[in-house]
Every structure is written in C-alpha cells, then in structure tokens.
Design a protein around this ligand. Structure first.
Ligand code: ASP
Length: 346
C-alpha cells in the first residue's frame, strides 16, 4: 500500500511540475575572460547546460532580456525585469532572475516595490565565480534558486544565495570574493536550503493578488556625511533631486554647528518640497534620532522622514517607487512608513 501511495505521489508531483521562467540579465555567473577582464558572455542555453538536473525538477523556460555586468544596471533595467514578469505572470509558478551580484541588492529591493504581494516567488541569484570555472558557486546557486522557486511555501521577492533565502529588501553584498557574499541585514533568513531541502524559518505565504507598478523617479540622492562636510551642498542637491537621503553618524546624528549648518539647509530643502530622509551609515541596527540632541533637533520638523532599520538599498528604491506615484508629502510619508516585503519594522 505504502509503495502504491509513494508511486501515486510521484505521479502527482510529476503531473504538477512547476512552471519556472528563468530570466537572464548577465553578471559574473555568465561571464568569461575577455581581453579586458571578465565580461558577461556565456549564452543562456549554454549556461543552463551546466545544470541539466533542473530541467527534470520543473518545466523550465528561459529568456535573456539583457546581458550586463550589473555595475551597468539602471532603474530602467529594473522596470524591464518587472515588466517581463508581469507579462508572463499567469504562465508561470515562479521566476528566477540571474543577475550580477554587485547591484543585486538594489534590484531585489526595487523589484520588492515594483512587484508587491506576489504569491508566486521571484528569486534573484548569481555567483561570485563564473559557471564555467572549476571552483564556482554558480551551479549550486542556480539549482537552489530553482528549488526554492518550486516550493509551495515560497512567495514574494527573495535572494537565494549560498544556501540562504533572504527577503528582497533585506540583502546586502558584504563580501567581494567569498561565496557567502550576502547578508540578511537586521532580519532573519526566510529559509535555508540544506541537502536539497528548503527549511522555512518564516512562513511568508501570501494570498490575494499581486500588484505591479511601472513608474520610478530616479531623482534620489544619497549624501554620506563626513566630519567637516559643509551643508551648502544641500542647496545644489535641491536644484535637481526630489529626495535626499542623509546618512548621518551613529544611532542618528547630523551636525549643526557654525560651519556645518545642516538644520537650516535641510529646512530649506523641505520648504522646496524635497523629501529628506535621515538614516545612519552604521551597517547594523538602524537609527533612532530621538536618542541624542544631535538627532532630535532635526526630528522636530515632522516633514523629515527617518529610515530606522531599512537598508540603504531599500530606502533608495522605495523612494524611487513612491516618487514615481506621488509628490504629495502626506502620501509620501504614508507609503514610506508602510511595511513592504519586511523592509521596515518598529
Ligand atoms: N561585476 C559582477 C556583476 O555584478 C559581479 C558578479 O556578478 O558577481 O555583474
């Protein structure tokens, strides 16, 4: 009896093979040595031949929509990726995006805002070493990404890298060489993958309908403070940018001395209708501008937004998404503090 059941399960699982769309965008995973260094060059079909097993795991289709070192990725590229998924959303059960690692955290965060509440998983992966090298993380990452994309309990936008599943707004590249290139910043892994098994730590199944967005405003600037920086720079930034993110010190300190007059100049920006967000340049644990006078002084102006524990990648792409929808302060504020794909918790 048990044997029969086993056979039946196999038959069923065969009949219900998940349909997965692999979307290639370039990156080291598809790179070969050219005369000037590594460059994305391996055709997608050839790349997939390195991992023949995945074709048995699911019903797989693959498209190459660009072939970039992700250094050259732009917001328009994020819209192209989101648009591809939108177009083919009904046809597939999950999506795996092959992407360079250098700006993958921006793309994953941007997709978290462009594709919201997706019950179907969208997975980003890549590699630190090209797939055709003897020692490479590429095969493992592709296989595990497809495995996760096929999982019934997977949803929303995620990284799958080095056996770890990270929410799309929480990842950051923290190593330039090693295979454990990404960290989940101030947030647990959603799942890990061990010996071809997905172990879920967070049950994040989503129901309801996916929401797609197709507008971004690129006029977002990040100003990393250094001791001695004059605040006058804000006047120049206010001429062109719609949002300025100020990466201050520690838990939340922005200078305001005779020489570094940030308080009046931030007020000028806010009066002009520029969105100003305060965050910290400390990598972990986020900001709380209420702790010190050098923070609270700025928080007195309620128009100043604070990013708390959001990653910089999430702050920047969330602002681009929000400003693509509205320039109205109350709406910007409401959307900025709305939690999306685990980007912010208080
Ligand atoms: N420069 C490469 C890229 O981001 C690095 C990588 O993929 O690991 O496209």
């Amino acid at each position: 009896m048990e044997n029969h059941l086993h056979g039946l399960r196999e038959l069923n699982s065969h009949a219900e093979k998940k349909r997965i769309l692999v979307i290639a965008t370039g990156g080291t995973i598809a790179s070969r040595s050219g005369s000037d260094g590594l460059v994305p060059d391996i055709p997608l079909e050839q790349l997939l031949n390195y991992v023949p097993g995945i074709r048995g795991q699911c019903s797989l289709e693959a498209v190459q929509i660009m072939n970039l070192d992700s250094t050259n990725m732009q917001p328009s590229g994020w819209l192209t990726i989101a648009g591809t998924i939108r177009q083919r959303y009904e046809e597939f059960d999950g999506f795996v995006i092959l992407h360079g690692t250098d700006t993958m955290a921006y793309t994953a965060a941007a997709l978290s805002y462009l594709i919201q509440n997706s019950p179907k998983p969208v997975v980003l992966t890549g590699a630190q070493k090209p797939i055709d090298q003897d020692i490479s993380d590429a095969k493992g990452n592709v296989i595990q990404s497809v495995l996760y994309a096929c999982d019934d309990r997977a949803s929303d936008v995620n990284f799958v890298f080095n056996g770890e599943v990270i929410a799309g707004t929480r990842g950051r590249k923290v190593r330039t060489k090693s295979f454990n290139a990404f960290s989940s910043v101030d947030f647990p892994h959603k799942a890990v993958i061990r010996e071809n098994q997905v172990i879920h730590y967070i049950d994040s199944r989503l129901s309801g309908r996916v929401r797609f967005y197709d507008r971004l405003d690129e006029k977002v600037f990040v100003l990393r403070l250094i001791p001695g920086l004059r605040a006058d720079i804000l006047r120049y930034l206010g001429e062109y940018f719609h949002a300025v993110v100020i990466e201050g010190f520690g838990i939340g300190g922005i200078p305001n001395t005779e020489e570094m007059r940030f308080l009046p100049l931030i007020r000028e920006l806010l009066d002009k209708g520029v969105t100003v967000v305060a965050t910290t340049q400390v990598p972990l644990e986020g900001s709380d501008l209420d702790v010190y006078e050098v923070g609270r002084l700025f928080k007195r102006d309620e128009r100043l937004l604070e990013a708390y524990n959001m990653t910089l990648e999430a702050i920047v792409t969330k602002l681009m998404w929000i400003l693509g929808q509205t320039r109205e302060h109350a709406q910007i504020r409401e959307l900025f503090y709305r939690q999306i794909n685990y980007d912010l918790y208080q």
